[in-house]
Design a protein around this ligand. Structure first.
Ligand SMILES: C[S@@+](CC[C@H](N)C(=O)[O-])C[C@H]1O[C@@H](n2cnc3c(N)ncnc32)[C@H](O)[C@@H]1O
Length: 241
């Protein structure tokens, strides 16, 4: 079920590229199987992610900035300062958030993804406010913590066993009054992954021990068509330090 939601997004994106719909449907399902094969059934398999990016098997890639990020930028609803986007992929959201008041770091363990992201960012107006780093989110040590961490299609891409470690990293990487902005997806009840299913309580369970409390949880009204109803936007801050 969620596989379908996740990968039908690529059908929509491909459609914009002008392929006919039969090819698109067949192609996207083949692509999904090949991607799974390349990842070896393990979402924490670094060379698998690298291979996906090298071979352009990236059915999760929207091909553009995440619409809700575009909305938050346009309505000036994001904190200023240092921002981190782990598992940034091709970096659309890094580029969209970057400004003279926001320095945005895109982190991904795939060198091929970061090469593509740097190329895309090079011609953007705020290229000087972007930094792209190849490293593992679970071990990377930045010089300074962040005001904001934005997260999308990454919690669902990591092995659920690593979620407590994920939350611990969030606490380390954010400033004490920093904010965690999470686009939770796919909120569903399927059993396999990646993408693994997520729920608001999955996040709460691992974030609460580090003092994080949700300051808002809303339906994502800006979700792309095939993900509508399966996404919520959560903003979290720490209440105790
Ligand atoms: C499903 S993709 C999503 C990419 C991007 N967020 C998007 O929505 O297009 C997950 C990304 O996380 C990266 N990734 C997986 N595990 C990682 C880790 N431990 N540290 C950093 N990046 C990781 C992969 O290379 C991949 O680019």
């Amino acid at each position: 079920m969620a596989d379908e939601i996740f990968y039908r997004a690529s059908v929509q994106v491909s459609n914009e590229g002008g392929r006919n719909s039969t090819d698109i449907n067949v192609g996207s399902w083949k692509e999904r199987e090949m991607t799974w094969h390349v990842l070896g059934g393990k979402s924490d398999y670094p060379s698998g992610w690298q291979k996906c990016w090298e071979e352009d098997r990236t059915p999760w890639d929207l091909g553009h900035v995440t619409p809700v990020i575009q909305h938050l930028v346009q309505t000036d609803a994001l904190p200023k300062g240092r921002i981190l986007i782990p598992g940034c992929g091709r970096g659309y959201d890094v580029i969209a958030m970057a400004s003279s008041q926001r320095n945005v770091v895109g982190l991904d363990l795939s060198e091929a993804a970061i090469t593509k992201a740097k190329k895309l960012a090079a011609s953007s107006a705020n290229a000087n406010s972007t930094t792209f780093i190849v490293d593992d989110f679970f071990t990377w040590q930045p010089n300074e913590p962040f005001e904001l961490i934005f997260y999308y299609t990454f919690f669902c891409a990591i092995d659920p066993k690593t979620r407590p470690a994920w939350a611990s990293r969030m606490a380390e990487l954010l400033k004490p009054d920093g904010e965690l902005l999470i686009l939770m997806f796919p909120i569903s009840d399927h059993v396999c992954g990646p993408p693994y299913k997520v729920s608001v309580s999955d996040y709460e369970e691992v974030l609460a021990p580090f003092g994080f409390k949700a300051i808002s949880i809303t339906e994502n009204e800006h979700a792309i068509e095939f993900r509508k109803g399966y996404e919520k936007l959560g903003r979290w801050k720490r209440t105790s330090n």
